[in-house]
Design a protein around this ligand. Structure first.
Ligand code: KIV
Length: 295
């Protein structure tokens, strides 16, 4: 028996081909913009699939957008795994990246490897993401050495926002910008297959780009990166919390959802819903026998 996993052969050549790490690297080489989005459940995964994005991140932003926590800090690995497994069930083509939550990888290489393995084994993720340079570089190296692809994340790293002075742009002094550059290069050298730049000046991102051979996905890092990522709920206007300036709102879906539910409530209260087309029928003689049976 061959241990090579079975790659489904597309029925027709127009069917999307699953994203792989070599295809991602090829996109960078060809200068094709890479599209990443977050997803946290089965329907958002199906939306990402049908919209044809390249990468899906089950971000720990889900702590706030779908679980209602005030920040990303409280979310547990078990909660993240439940979200990631639901996304896996709705996703077939994009590469699926699971976000290692705060407290699941910092303590030791062993802890980092064990957490990453859970995302691969239990949730079916293709890769994991972790935040920061510093000690995270060694954790990234350990996970890569254990055979799991890792995405890095530098600039504004929400898991350590307090230490960074809050949710604010990073790399706005020469020293801090150099630190972002050093962290990014160190994560590349540790074997990361890609890296997220969050909330850094566009000119800083542009200056670092020539130092990086791996794809760089930006969020609030200007147009020079190889791709962009946005949080699903920000771009669709589902989330009411504070939206950073880089979170362009492409739709106002929450307004549509509220309008739909309000209309439903009004129709129930006005006895307009359900209408005959929403009800089941029964043959007259069966109904007669039934009512007779009821006495
Ligand atoms: O958790 C998240 O959604 C993220 C993205 C903003 C990159 O880390």
């Amino acid at each position: 028996m061959s241990a090579t996993p079975h790659t489904p052969v597309p029925h027709d050549l127009n069917e999307p081909v699953p994203m792989t790490l070599p295809r991602l690297a090829e996109k960078k080489r060809l200068g094709e913009p890479i599209v990443m989005i977050t997803a946290y459940d089965y329907p958002s995964a199906q939306v990402a699939e049908e919209a044809g994005v390249d990468l899906v991140l089950v971000g720990d932003s889900g702590a706030m957008t779908v679980l209602g926590y005030p920040s990303t800090i409280p979310v547990s690995t078990d909660e993240m795994l439940m979200l990631a497994a639901a996304v896996r069930r709705g996703l077939h083509t994009p590469l699926l990246v699971g976000d290692l939550p705060f407290g699941s990888y910092e303590a030791s290489d062993t802890q980092a490897i064990e957490s990453a393995q859970r995302f691969i084994k239990e949730a079916g993720c293709d890769a994991v993401k972790l935040e920061r340079g510093g000690t995270s570089v060694q954790r990234a190296r350990a996970i890569v050495d254990a055979g799991i692809p890792v995405m890095g994340h530098v600039g504004l790293t929400p898991q350590t926002a307090t230490a960074l002075g809050g949710y604010r742009a990073q790399g706005r002094t020469a020293e801090r910008a150099l630190q972002v550059a050093r962290d990014a290069v160190a994560l590349q050298e540790a074997g990361c297959f890609a890296i997220v730049f969050e909330a850094i000046p566009a000119a800083v991102a542009e200056a670092i780009m020539p130092r990086l051979e791996i794809p760089v996905i930006g969020i609030g890092a200007g147009p020079a990166t190889d791709g962009q990522v946005l949080v699903f709920h920000d771009l669709l206007g589902i989330y009411d919390g504070h939206a950073p300036r880089f979170a362009k709102r492409f739709r106002d879906v929450k307004a549509q959802m509220v309008a739909g539910v309000a209309e439903y409530a009004a129709e129930v209260r006005g006895r307009e819903f359900p209408a005959p087309e929403h009800s089941y029928s029964i043959d007259d003689d069966e109904l007669e026998r039934f009512t007779a049976g009821l006495g």
